[in-house]
Design a binder for this molecule. Structure first.
Ligand SMILES: Nc1ncnc2c1ncn2[C@@H]1O[C@H](COP(=O)(O)OP(=O)(O)OP(=O)(O)O)[C@@H](O)[C@H]1O
Ligand SMILES: [Mg+2]
Length: 264
């Protein structure tokens, strides 16, 4: 059994954050562990309140897990502020945890801010150098690269700038672009790979970003190469969207178990 750690926020609505990550891990047949950074009072429509936990309890959760359980990959999601980013980077270094997937969560689909603006610089400076892969969406790529990203050519330039921060690879997700063809653009520091899927017209995209990054972490834990992991995570999320069941009144969650329990 492979073991994966998610360091992220709780989504009470169950569709994103820690809850999406643990479901994704279970769906991939890997054992999920978690360090919670923040509690969001959230549903499919909005984030109504956020309680950010002290950095010390975030570090303590990682230490508790890593001192007992061999960890084969780590995923970070909502980190909320620079103090948490810093203790997470320190803990990952202390325990030498392998295969780090950084989902640089900044703003929720509902428009709510999940990261203090000043903490984006901390993500770039202390977390990206440790990352195997970072998974920004379009607005996050703009912040991390420091320029506008409107076209695929812009995304290529942004990918180069982001890998300058020291991560091994970056995938700029295509969810926030236009067009019937959705491109997840992977850059491994040398080559670009366009992983393409059909853009589905649906409201059931709550937690797609978390699910995508968690699926990547599960695949990397199993030793899959990066390109295969991005390809499979793209297919997994597409299937999870296509098979979504109706939950709530807003952006509904995806169906993490559309392939069954060990379908990853
Ligand atoms: N409409 C869609 N059709 C097919 N795949 C999609 C669609 N929306 C999202 N995806 C898949 O999910 C991935 C992540 O979605 P997105 O780009 O919206 O991330 P995000 O903005 O981080 O999401 P979140 O709001 O959950 O944080 C995409 O890269 C893509 O593979
Ligand atoms: Mg996201």
């Amino acid at each position: 059994m492979h073991h994966v750690l998610t360091i992220a926020g709780s989504d009470s609505g169950g569709g994103a954050g820690i809850q999406a990550d643990l479901k994704t891990f279970a769906a991939h047949g890997v054992y999920g562990t978690s360090a919670i950074t923040a509690i969001t009072a959230q549903n499919t429509e909005r984030v109504s309140n956020v309680h950010v936990l002290p950095a010390a309890i975030v570090a303590a959760q990682i230490d508790a897990v890593a001192s007992d359980i061999r960890i084969d990959a780590v995923k970070t999601g909502m980190l909320a502020n620079a103090a948490i980013v810093e203790v997470v980077a320190a803990a990952l270094t202390r325990w030498r945890l392998p295969h780090l997937v950084v989902d640089p969560v900044m703003v929720a689909k509902s428009g709510d801010h999940l990261l203090e603006p000043a903490a984006a610089a901390a993500i770039r400076e202390v977390l990206l150098p440790l990352a195997t892969i970072v998974t920004p969406n379009r607005p996050e790529a703009e912040v991390l690269a420091g320029h506008a990203v409107a076209t695929l050519a812009d995304a290529r330039e942004a990918a180069r700038r982001i890998t300058d921060a020291g991560c091994r690879a970056v995938v700029i997700k295509g969810g926030h672009f236009e067009g019937t063809r959705l491109v997840n653009l992977l850059f491994d520091g040398r080559d670009f790979t366009e992983v393409v899927t059909e853009r589905m017209q649906t409201r059931n995209t709550h937690g797609t970003g978390c699910t995508f990054a968690a699926a990547l972490a599960a695949q990397l834990a199993k030793g899959r190469p990066l390109t295969d992991a991005v390809q499979d995570a793209t297919e997994y999320v597409a299937g999870a969207i296509a098979n979504a069941v109706s939950v709530g009144h807003g952006h509904g969650p995806v169906n993490h178990f559309w392939r069954g329990w060990t379908g990853g």
